[in-house]
Design a protein around this ligand. Structure first.
Ligand code: NAD
Length: 488
């Protein structure tokens, strides 16, 4: 049985309690995780706050912070395979994706390493002749980063990278589901040479650990990725410390295919959009909105490809769809499919758990033509289930696409340039992919609105969001201060 430890103030320790972690592929307990309770959370925040104020970090130049981030990126790249194996083991995410994704995580740290000394203030052309006024961009303070179980190394990189580049310190709460890769990441981080307490990594359960962390009086910003219900808790918790918040939540993203699309390419992108990562992806293109003129042809090809997908153990490079991460995920998927069938939706392929040990659910396609109110069209599965609706006109396609409270991602497949531009303008989502899907980069902002949250991760703006602006006024005249009873 493997034993993991938390990382607080540059030291590794067991949590106040321990909990078991199960391998989603077998259901067997394989490791013990440290469970952070109130005392551990307080210790982590205290360490982060002390590090934030200490001259080793507060006095470090931005270029030196960048160098440490470059060193961290190199260490991640060197350890990518072992980190990938751990993420696969603990969450069931297939090794084919974790190995590619974690190698790319290093690029996120490199991007923010390069940005560290490009976060600039400004000089203002102020309207008073005897004043110099400029803006300093200072780190926002101590950041609580809270992540869900899917893609934790990736989802934490888009928080830790910009936060450290800006000069903040961080307490990262890994998910209680599959925290192993983050706890191992802490060991790698420790080798990079940052002062103790700059990053602290804990894990534990939502109410005991997450809630205490997000409402802690010494937290200045909460960067959260997870579900909308938890986000509501985070927002309420912020009434305690009045911390600023960024929320990256779920989605019910539309994938729109027009009759002039390259069918083979669109089918492949749809496969990637909904079945990659076993559908456990916030940007899953889970609503196929397809021109009625090509619907049958498209669905026939999609079904053929979906049924050829290799379902198997997550640590096998040949596997394309692995297990769901948790029993709760499985229950959610089974329940939503059942309720959608009751509402009149027709399962084209899949629909029932795979008959083998582990939490396997097959690629599933549900035609909702006769069930426009089926729950599968509005609820996030976070599993490999695609819901389909046909359309006759462009206006109808747009109306269906926007008929959701979420607004994270979207896909449009057409060769018609002017139509593509109209769709780009009309779709309410933070990301529009045209003739592609599920592409990300540290250079491009990522995020949504509505039930998908607010704030953006990735890009320069994300680093600026970890800063606060200080306006500095310096009087250049030696004359006496004029009338003290009039505001200048
Ligand atoms: P979740 O909301 O249940 O948990 C996320 C994190 O919040 C976990 O670390 C959990 O311990 C913590 N938490 C739970 N209760 C808390 C509380 N009261 N206070 C503070 N923290 C608390 O999400 P999940 O089920 O682990 O992940 C799936 C969800 O995450 C989906 O909705 C998915 O779409 C979303 N997600 C979004 C993105 C994105 O970037 N937009 C990426 C991945 C996942």
């Amino acid at each position: 049985m493997q034993q993991f430890q938390q990382y607080i103030g540059g030291a590794f320790s067991d949590g106040t309690a321990q909990f078991e972690s199960r391998d989603p592929a077998t259901g067997a307990v394989w490791a013990m995780m440290p469970e952070a309770r109130t005392d551990d959370v307080n210790a982590a925040v205290t360490a982060a706050q002390a590090a934030f104020l200490a001259p080793e970090w507060a006095g470090m130049t931005a270029s030196a912070r960048g160098k440490l981030l470059y060193r961290l990126a190199d260490l991640i790249a060197e350890n990518a395979q072992s980190l990938a194996a751990l993420e696969t083991r603990d969450t069931g995410k297939i090794i084919r994706e974790t190995s590619a994704q974690i190698a790319y995580v290093a690029e996120y740290y490199r991007y923010y390493a390069g940005l560290a000394d490009k976060i600039e203030g400004a000089h203002l052309p102020i309207d008073k002749p005897d004043m110099e006024v400029w803006l300093r961009r200072e780190p926002i303070g101590v950041v609580a980063a809270i992540v869900p179980w899917n893609s934790q190394l990736f989802l934490s990189a888009v928080k830790i990278g910009p936060a450290l580049a800006a000069g903040c310190t961080v307490v990262l709460k890994a998910s209680e589901e599959g925290p192993a890769p983050m706890l191992e990441f802490a060991r790698i981080f420790d080798q990079a040479g940052f002062p103790p307490g700059v990053l602290n990594v804990i894990t534990g359960f939502g109410p005991e650990c997450g809630a205490v962390l997000s409402s802690h009086p010494d937290i200045d910003h909460v960067a959260f990725t997870g579900g909308p219900d938890t986000a509501r808790h985070i927002v309420r918790n912020s009434a305690e410390n009045l911390a600023s918040i960024s929320l990256e939540l779920g989605g019910k993203s539309p994938f729109i295919v027009f009759e002039d699309a390259d069918i083979e390419s669109a089918v492949n992108a749809q496969i990637s959009g909904i079945f990659a990562a076993t559908g456990q992806s916030c940007v899953a293109g889970s609503r196929l909105i397809i021109a009625n003129t090509i619907k049958d042809r498209f669905l026939a090809r999609l079904k053929e490809k979906a049924e050829a997908i290799v379902i198997g153990a997550p640590d096998d490079m040949a596997t394309e769809v692995g297990p769901l991460c948790t029993q709760g995920q499985m229950a959610n998927v089974v329940d939503l499919v059942a309720r959608s069938k009751l509402a009149g939706a027709k399962v084209i392929t899949g629909g029932d758990p795979v008959d083998r040990d582990g939490l396997y659910f097959p690629p599933t396609i549900i035609d909702c033509t006769d069930a426009p109110n089926a729950p599968c069209l509005t609820h996030e599965f976070f599993g490999p289930v695609l819901s389909v609706l046909g359309f006759d006109t462009e206006a109808e396609a747009l109306q269906i696409a926007n008929d959701t409270g979420f607004g994270l991602a979207s896909g449009v497949f057409t060769k018609d340039l002017t139509r593509a531009h109209r769709m780009i303008r009309g779709i309410r989502a933070g990301i529009v992919w045209v003739n592609t899907y599920r592409a990300v980069s540290p250079i491009a902002p990522f995020g949504g609105h509505g039930l998908s949250g607010h704030g953006r991760e990735g890009g320069m703006q994300a680093a600026l969001d970890y800063t606060k602006v200080k306006a500095v006024w310096l009087r250049t005249s030696d004359d006496p201060i004029p009338d003290p009873f009039v505001m200048r």
